[in-house]
Design a protein around this ligand. Sequence first.
Ligand SMILES: [Mn+2]
Length: 320
Amino acid sequence: MKNNITLSEITKLFEEWDNILILTHANPDADTLGSAFAIKYSYPEKSIDVCCADSVPQRLSFITKGNDTSLCEKEYDHIISVDCAELHLMGEAGKKYAFETELKIDHHRTSTEFAKYNYADEKCGSCGEIIYDILDKANRINLQSAEALYAAIASDTGSFKFSNTRPSTHIKAAALMEKGIDFVKINTILFENKSKSEISALKVAVNSLEYYYGGRVAVVGFSNELKTENSIDDDALASVNSLPREIEGVELGIVIKEKSAKQGEFKVSMRSGESVDCSEICAKLGGGGHIRASGASVRAENLDAAKDIIIKAVSECIEK
Ligand SMILES: [Mn+2]
């Protein structure tokens, strides 16, 4: 991660440039969208398009405000990427444009230098915090861009709860509140609106919960049959990934989900506390990931058979 441009220099480019395309990462979240649209809303007099390879989730439409985010075959003078650590994360759709990225702004530790100008700061909990600094230097933040930035920052810090939240994060959020944003509405949309499908996923998760090793390991599972019976869509399943790990005394939480398109293939998500390296367990299953969060894929006849395979891998790694 090497920067070859400063925040002040980026501010200068923002002030000078026009006819701009901003690329977000695929499967867009509130940080990548909020960062992109904050730039667009801060320069209403300029021609700025935002493109996402995938469609924007309905609940985040308060950020895009009806603007088209599909790729338009236009010629642009400048291309900016936000919240993308690597080129391929922008997805297939924008490939042609992604290769021409002139300015990259990002906050991931794994950020690579694929643009002409590269700026990344891993100390920032969200890309929105960096965009805040750039726009603030130009005195450009208005009500619309303040809402987009607040959504970006609140979302990537888990509502100011994650360890990536710093005192300066709160100072920026406070400054955005001073602009008169409806932060109650934003927080409700981001953190409190659970879909019926997510509640059904929660119900099935709780019903299927099993403990192993005296309560140190917790497992929940979803077969395709359970998903169909309870009208659970795949998006909703992501909301229970951390649930078993959040139970008191649990050091390893495991969520098993049968893949909708592939009967007999199970996706395994693991989350662990200090004492367990779940990437080691997932590696035994042919997967991998981080020490505290990893995943793998298992083939088995049914959910119970998949559970047996996974628990066997656990038993080889966890201290009895
Ligand atoms: Mn981000």
